[in-house]
Design a protein around this ligand. Structure first.
Ligand code: SF4
Ligand code: SF4
Length: 446
């Protein structure tokens, strides 16, 4: 066998191997279209490659052109090319008032003091919020996907999360353990991972990401929030791929509740441990108790980038994560924000916007919002849709190409997307081809 024939054979086997792995992992992911296309590609490539070999086996140089083209394609995908933009954050001059956040506004019931006070100060929100309140609440009868049997246990998990709200803070031990920042950082990160988090980072807490006033939860409504902690320990928990795949049906809400409960338990335990070591610490948990805005703080902690859909996108799990945090005055070494191509990828990929049933995700470019140049989600539209269907939807999270599971194939694509603008362009196209661009919405409860 000549060298050219050997090269042709080896490269052909590599291409076939890649397609077989793609077909197998698509089967495990239950992605019918990708299984079909990769299986078809397996057959066509094998036939084409054999035909090429049979035709040109005696013409060594010509025989090499096909494998060389394939190898060049691989190089173009993985070699660094072009630059990737970082999220542009300018001077942020004002804090957000938690009373104005949609999750707080949902809770203002007509006739209550909060309702009267809030809409006297913000009459422009009143009509739309009243319309929204006429829709059923999450996990309540009337939502399109409501199913009592599935909804009641999820409700019980949310109750457990709310019950944790009283444990977020406490007395700091007067006996302070001496730590240098590097030791403390290594210890804390190891503890958070041991408690079950999938990723952890430290941010220097930007005071502009602390809410100005309490809008929900057990603390007095409207009270000014004082949180002078210097650092935030932020962690992410991966959401189960197959549960997210069932979005917008109830399983995604079951998974959201499960991971928020885990995040709450980890945050409360971590804050307690830090206070026992003599440093102030407060846990921030879902369901009414955040003092800080988690996505931008998680960005500062190096956990990911903010994508078009407004969620944090992590390099390994994409948008398929839930966040938890503890703020503290323990001396720590902050991480730096990371850039891995999300801004460029989202400029070309509109999948979340195309699939968002409420039209809450912008299809256009980024705009300046409180000093940050980003895509701005229309939270009102999103929450209205949640109430109409009775779940927390999550279609955007499901369809995002970054949300694919961490298999060999997807991890290879992630490597290319991090390094090359050509790879990002090819991946947007490939994702639409293999997984389809537009999802069909399910009908009926469940
Ligand atoms: S959760 Fe659903 S409604 Fe909200 S932005 Fe995502 S896709 Fe749109
Ligand atoms: S679906 Fe596409 S556009 Fe939307 S966040 Fe994910 S990568 Fe960005």
């Amino acid at each position: 066998m000549s060298l050219a024939e050997l090269v042709c054979l080896v490269v052909g086997m590599l291409v076939e191997g890649f397609l077989v792995v793609l077909a197998v992992s698509s089967t495990i992911e239950r992605k019918g279209r990708a299984v079909l296309l990769s299986s078809l590609a397996c057959v066509l490539v094998a036939a084409g490659w054999y035909g090429w070999y049979a035709l040109l086996a005696s013409e060594s140089l010509w025989l090499l052109t096909l494998p060389v083209l394939v190898l060049l394609g691989g190089l173009v995908f993985f070699l660094p090319f072009g630059s990737s933009q970082a999220l542009k954050i300018g001077r942020i001059s004002e804090q957000v008032d938690e009373r104005e956040v949609m999750f707080s506004r949902e809770e203002y019931q007509p006739g209550t003091e909060h309702y009267k006070t809030y809409y006297a100060a913000h009459p422009k929100h009143k009509a739309a919020d009243d319309r929204m309140r006429r829709l059923p609440e999450l996990l309540e009868p009337g939502g399109r996907y409501y199913d009592k049997q599935a909804a009641d246990p999820i409700d019980a998990v949310f109750d457990k999360i709310v019950a944790l709200a009283t444990q977020v803070d406490g007395q700091t031990s007067p006996r302070r353990e001496a730590f240098d920042a590097a030791d403390a950082t290594a210890t804390i990160k190891a503890e958070v991972l041991k408690m079950g988090a999938d990723v952890v980072g430290i941010a220097e807490l930007n005071p502009m990401f602390v809410y100005s006033h309490v809008g929900r939860g057990p603390e007095p409504w409207g009270q000014a929030i004082v949180n002078n902690h210097r650092y935030a320990i932020v962690f992410a928990l991966e959401m189960d791929y197959h549960e997210v795949e069932q979005a917008p049906r109830l399983p995604i809400t079951r998974e959201t509740a499960k991971q928020y409960l885990r995040a709450g338990e980890i945050s409360v335990a971590l804050a307690k441990r830090i206070r026992e070591r003599g440093y102030a610490a407060r846990a921030h948990i879902a369901g009414s108790n955040y003092q800080i805005m988690l996505p931008p703080v998680a960005h500062d902690a190096g956990l990911g980038e903010l994508g078009r859909m407004g969620y944090l996108i992590s390099p390994k799990y994409g948008a398929r994560i839930r966040l938890g945090a503890v703020t503290t005055d323990m001396p720590l070494l902050p991480d730096r924000p990371i850039t891995f191509g999300v801004q460029d990828f989202c400029e070309q990929c509109l999948k979340c916007a195309i699939n968002c049933p409420s039209g809450a995700i912008p299809v256009g470019g980024r705009r300046l919002v409180r000093g940050v140049e980003k895509w701005s989600l229309n939270v009102e539209k999103c929450i209205r849709y949640w109430r109409a269907i009775g779940t927390d939807c999550g279609l955007c999270m499901k369809v995002c190409p970054y949300s694919h599971p961490s298999t060999m194939i997807h991890n290879l694509v992630r490597v290319g997307c991090r390094r090359s603008s050509i790879a990002r362009r090819m991946s947007v196209w490939g994702d639409d081809l293999f997984y389809g661009c537009k999802q069909t919405l399910p009908t009926g409860p469940g």
